[in-house]
Design a protein around this ligand. Structure first.
Ligand code: FES
Length: 61
């Protein structure tokens, strides 16, 4: 499933960028050598980043 239709970035590619250290949507775009265009995907990327950080926090407790 595509998260970013403008740049053709799939959900698994966003997760890979997050696993590699992306902590904001701009990092995800940078990891795929592209930039935000319409920015409609930014909220979903932020949500995925937040969920990942929350699960890391729970895992650390
Ligand atoms: S959907 Fe990602 S920039 Fe447009």
């Amino acid at each position: 499933m595509y998260v970013c239709n403008c740049n053709g970035i799939r959900e698994r590619q966003v997760r890979a960028a997050i696993d590699a250290g992306a902590c904001k949507p701009a990092d995800v775009f940078r990891a795929h050598q592209c930039k935000a265009q319409c920015a409609r995907c930014v909220c979903e990327m932020r949500q995925m980043i937040d969920e990942n950080q929350q699960s890391l926090r729970y895992a650390a407790e």
